[in-house]
Design a protein around this ligand. Structure first.
Ligand code: MV4
Length: 446
């Protein structure tokens, strides 16, 4: 097993990875920007290296600083966490060329799935349902018009290299198609450096369901069931749960088997998440694959009992996946809320000094965080300061446990979204499971 791992990230995920390493007897190296010198990930790691000034572009995205840090500390592997360099195939290649193991998929895996149009074509060919659309639309406006007519309006235009909600345009009628198309291409070029876009039928009021998967280099792959991540605002997830009350075990088995088949087919290695839209009629449609550990992985860990970070490390080390699909049982119901340093009314970031920090405790209550009393929340990064995750026997019990735990969370000095989270947890539509990707917009209209 690796002797020492460098964690190329900050915040709660850096701490989460350090904990997994400690339990496995692996030494850890934290990297940090000057703004993060007082962060817990720096204090809890065995060693730490400053990699630059506060802006991410000069620190957590600074490839040469990070590689140098790995070399001077004799680190054998790098865990990228999520965001930053986690899905950058060039970084993966640089790591491998420098003799440092990247804890994640291969550069080839990321290249293949990072192009959403290609990913759609690939999974479609392997029997996974995709929305009606076109694999290839050239530069021809007439052809585009015809494809849209065949699909039926409304349609969406998506950037092949978009993702996470960026680079998607809805078109309601033929009159708006051409303009939307040129605008979509121009924006795709500006944001993602590639103007390629594809077209799909627009899916009305779906749930966002995603499947967690793990695969080793020997062709073994398992799925850990799904998460329901429908509660989001402007493509930022707020509440995630596992399992989804809208997914029957027969459907879980069917989709799970299909996604593990894709992984085996493309020799995928490590953790991945397959995102789907689920319609009110119970139809699944593939959206995209995320080739990283995700923020919301703890809900899956709670209902399966599997430590996904430890599995990632073992897979990267070349170990054979010991988990068998038939041994994976979904037990109870888990819900996670994301606690952000933001104004609960206007959602604006609220950095500053935390003067009181008291977190909840109890059986089946987990807090993944990195703050403490006296810690200064920095304005340069993601506003996520903690994830509160619970597990109980069923969804209603989990909601009640979460409400109770949230009432114990006591943070002063900065504003947090806790009041907004409490409002959702007390909403009758939420309790009834009447949620889809438009839920938050509707709640804010109430
Ligand atoms: C869609 C869609 C409806 N129909 N595709 C947004 C994020 C990106 N991964 C894909 N997204 C969507 N694709 C079709 N054909 C609606 C969305 C979407 C969405 C998806 C998941 C969670 C939240 C969302 C919010 C707005 C739009």
């Amino acid at each position: 097993m690796f002797r020492k791992i460098l964690i190329a990230n900050r915040g709660e995920i850096a701490l989460r990875i350090i904990r997994a390493c400690k339990e496995m007897g692996i030494k850890t190296v934290a990297v940090y920007s000057t703004a993060d010198k007082d962060s817990l990930h720096v204090k809890y790691a065995d060693e730490s290296v400053c990699i630059g000034p506060p802006p991410s572009s000069k620190s957590y995205l600074n490839v040469s600083s990070i590689i140098s840090a790995a070399e001077v500390t004799d680190s054998e592997a790098i865990h990228p966490g999520y965001g930053f360099l986690a899905e950058n195939p060039n970084f993966v290649e640089i790591c491998e060329n420098c003799g440092v193991k990247f804890i994640g998929p291969t550069a080839e895996n990321i290249n293949l799935l990072g192009n959403k149009k290609n990913a759609r074509k690939l999974v479609k060919g392997l029997g996974i349902p995709v929305l009606p659309g076109s694999d290839d639309i050239g530069d021809d406006e007439r052809e585009l018009k015809k494809v849209a007519e065949d699909i039926g309006y409304p349609v969406v235009l998506k950037a092949s290299f978009g993702g996470g909600g960026r680079g998607i345009k809805m078109v309601l009628s033929p009159a708006h198609l051409a303009q939307a198309y040129y605008q979509a291409r121009q924006e795709a070029q500006a944001f993602f450096g590639d103007k390629d876009v594809y077209i799909e039928k627009y899916c009305e009021n779906p749930k966002h369901i995603e499947f967690q998967v793990l695969a080793d280099r020997f062709g073994n792959a398992v799925h850990l069931g799904e998460r329901d991540c429908s509660i989001q605002r402007r493509h930022q997830k707020i509440i995630e749960e596992a399992p989804s009350i809208a997914v029957k075990s027969s459907m879980r088995k069917k989709i799970g088997e299909a996604v593990t088949k894709v992984l085996k087919e493309i020799n995928y290695i490590n953790a991945a998440t397959f995102e789907f839209l689920l319609t009110g009629k119970g139809e699944f449609y593939f959206m995209e694959v995320n080739t990283r550990i995700q923020v919301e992985h703890p809900v899956t860990e709670f209902v399966t009992g599997i430590d996904i970070i430890k599995e990632q490390i073992k897979i990267a080390n070349g170990d054979k996946l010991k988990i068998k699909q038939e041994d994976i049982k979904i037990k109870g119901h888990s819900i996670e809320v994301r606690i952000n340093a933001e104004d609960p009314v206007n959602f604006r970031p609220s950095p500053g000094m935390i003067t009181v920090y008291n977190k909840p405790g109890g059986i089946n209550i987990r807090v993944d965080d990195f703050a403490y009393c006296g810690y200064k929340v920095q304005p340069f990064y993601d506003p996520l300061i903690a994830k509160l995750v619970v597990r109980d026997t069923n969804r209603i019990a989990a909601i009640n446990k979460l409400k109770s735990a949230l009432s114990e969370f006591w943070i002063e000095g900065i504003k947090t979204n806790i009041p907004f989270l409490k409002r959702i947890l007390s909403d009758s539509d939420y309790a009834l499971g009447h949620v889809d990707i438009g839920y938050i917009a509707r709640l804010l209209e109430k």
